[in-house]
Design a protein around this ligand. Structure first.
Ligand code: FES
Ligand code: FES
Length: 156
């Protein structure tokens, strides 16, 4: 079937089965490999994207469930105010180790900051609990989110 999806402000027509996960459409059809495959079962967060601003696991989101919603991926989240602050803080705090989980971490953190400009530790834990990091970068992730939250008003 043919589906029209909006990714990072661009419209794409894709010809796939309706139950194809968005993750595979992004990676294999559109060639956008910044979004990672980890578990395929909504357990690790590596595949996180935004759908209408909400952090969403693309590995279990079928293409026929998306409709006209706006998809944002790691390739474009830096163009949003919250995403730019998160990415700067990630660099300042040298969060990344192997990097594999980090696209998903940044997407979850950006969605949190866009909806909650002053998250508490509990808010951060709630928002980030589904994003697993085998390298154990959790402490730096928390500090980076706090730095981003202190860096001014949020938007987008
Ligand atoms: S690959 Fe989607 S949550 Fe792990
Ligand atoms: S930085 Fe290696 S898995 Fe998170």
């Amino acid at each position: 079937m043919s589906f029209t999806i909006k990714v990072n402000g661009n419209t794409h027509n894709v010809d796939v089965d309706g139950d194809t996960p968005l993750l595979w459409v992004l990676r294999d059809v559109l060639g956008m490999t910044g979004t990672k495959f980890g578990c395929g079962m909504a357990l690790c967060g590596a595949c996180t994207v935004h759908i209408d601003g909400a952090a969403t696991r693309s590995c279990i989101t079928t293409i026929d469930s998306i409709g006209g919603s706006a998809i944002t991926t790691i390739e474009a989240v830096g163009a949003t105010a919250a995403g730019a602050k998160i990415q700067k803080a990630w660099l300042d705090r040298e969060v990344v180790q192997c990097g594999y989980c980090q696209s998903g971490q940044i997407m979850s953190a950006s969605a949190l900051l866009a909806s909650n400009p002053r998250p508490t530790d509990s808010d951060i834990d709630d928002a980030m609990s589904g994003n697993i990091c085998r390298c154990g970068t959790y402490a730096r992730i928390r500090e980076a989110i706090k730095q981003a939250a202190q860096s001014g008003p949020q938007g987008g």
